[in-house]
Design a binder for this molecule. Sequence first.
Ligand code: 6CS
Ligand code: FE
Length: 308
Amino acid sequence: MVAASLETAMMFKVSESYPSRGNEAAILSRVEPVVPNPTYPGPLSPRQLDQFEQDGFLFLPDLFAADEVQALYEEMQRVRDDFAGANRPEAITERGSGAVRSVFNVHRSNAVFSALARHPCLLGIAQQIVGGEVYIHQSRINYKPGLVGREFFWHSDFETWHVEDGMPAMRAVSCAIALTENTPHNGPLMLIPGSHRYFIACAGHTPSDHYQQSLKKQEYGVPDAASLEFLTRAGAGIAMPTGGPGSVVFFDCNTMHGSNSNISPLPRSNVFMVYNHIDNALGSPKYGLAPRPEYIAAREQCVALTVV
Ligand code: 6CS
Ligand code: FE
């Protein structure tokens, strides 16, 4: 067993670090495998798993039935109404309008979204992709309201989670569940296929308490123009999976993604769950940064999830 655990440790020998937030931008190679154990049991077919491994994301239209999503949609409205004007830290408001932009930590604060985190469709696929037991690193509802929902500039989530949360390795996967129509007009998620194979080191030293700005408008930990052009040309351009409520995008923690502002009158509301391998728990943030709050990056009671 020692050999096996040593082999696993070597397989996930994380490079000294994925340096970032220094003086220079750089394009580095990914260390970890994208799908470490393709034989790990789960709902995805071999072809779907290959597609995820290749592109760094997988779009599953209609993963949830309409009545299931309706319940999530109604709960999402209740959460927003509860948090609107409550001045609670988990609720992030939009620049300018003050509308609710995001509510974090819903997997812990809300029974409906806590059950969603353990839904067999989501949890089973997440375990299959990362190749083991998982816990929730972060959950959030991004409301992107009509007319005032602002953009999320291009970024790799892992770049932020590695530097600001001390996430050791690329062993996490996000899923975005559409709670409203995601159309080409209301600021849907855009991803760069193949970008997950490169780590883009970003220039610029991280301000303290950066999350207080970055969750509204991220300006540090964002890729430079040359790196974005490289990724877009190296891959298949930019993908923009659109679909109705209940469609889901699973994307690797390091896939470059972003979304435009929503100038349509219709909301683009999604709930995000981030599943982290149970052996990839957060360590110390890099460069002496203070740990971010628990509602953004879970450190306590991070136990393996079981399906509901
Ligand atoms: O800083 C974070 O953890 C958040 N920021 C973005 C833009 N995406 C991931 C996550 O929600
Ligand atoms: Fe993100």
